[in-house]
Design a protein around this ligand. Structure first.
Ligand SMILES: Cc1cc2nc3c(=O)[nH]c(=O)nc-3n(C[C@H](O)[C@H](O)[C@H](O)COP(=O)(O)O)c2cc1C
Length: 198
């Protein structure tokens, strides 16, 4: 963290996760948010798949749109689904045109995170795609600067576009040390910039 936050801002960490990997990243981002002196509000979105057979019990409440308006910053997470964000998360954003019409998210800092099973399975493409609705809403996008040593060192996940986890073929939710470090650093940065902008 470069500077302390100026007041107790709230960072909304909004994610979808089927097997817990994205949820594990969300928890680490929250650690960074809290370390920077801000409040972490973790929320999820409803499952849409009728065949859904998750081994991950959702631990966090479903998002209410007012919470998105009230938050000072946003970290948005989804698993990679064929190189894109999950339909569940896309459906959430497809239902935000009322906020868009009123410009209610303009100038809020935001960033994105994801988990893929394979190293080159589309995690960066997914992160970039997740940024697009946030840009349409006028949000201020943040990634992870290369001053963070783990970004140079990682042999697992973690990108300048946002935190990632490579869960592997057995879909482990255990994050590597570098993945954890980058998620924490990202949370600190979101909280710090939110404090500067508010
Ligand atoms: C329908 C579907 C599509 C997927 N597409 C990809 C993909 O394109 N590339 C990849 O590496 N992993 C892909 N995966 C694997 C998930 O992204 C990966 O297991 C991720 O870690 C799951 O996150 P979660 O544990 O939070 O649900 C896909 C999984 C599903 C169910």
């Amino acid at each position: 963290m470069r500077e302390a936050v100026l007041k107790n801002n709230t960072v909304l960490i909004l994610y979808f996760s089927r097997h817990g990997s994205v949820a594990a990243l969300a928890e680490k981002i929250a650690v960074g948010v809290v370390a920077a002196g801000a409040t972490a509000m973790i929320r999820t979105v409803p499952n849409l798949n009728p065949d859904f057979n998750s081994d991950y019990p959702a631990l966090h409440p479903l998002i209410e749109k007012d919470e998105l308006i009230q938050a000072d910053a946003l970290a948005l997470g989804s698993p990679v689904r064929f190189g894109l964000m999950a339909a569940e998360m896309k459906a959430f954003w497809d239902n935000t045109s009322d906020l868009w019409l009123k410009g209610q998210l303009i100038d809020k800092p935001a960033g994105v995170f994801t988990s893929s099973s394979s190293m080159h399975g589309g995690n960066e493409a997914t992160l970039l795609g997740m940024m697009l609705p946030l840009l349409h809403h006028g949000m201020v996008l943040l990634g992870i600067p290369y001053e963070e040593p783990a970004l140079h060192q990682t042999q697992t996940g973690g990108t300048p576009y946002g935190p990632t986890h490579v869960s592997g073929s057995i879909a482990t939710t255990l994050l590597s040390a570098h993945e954890q470090q980058l998620a924490i650093s990202f949370g600190k940065r979101l909280a710090t910039i939110a404090g500067k902008l508010s």
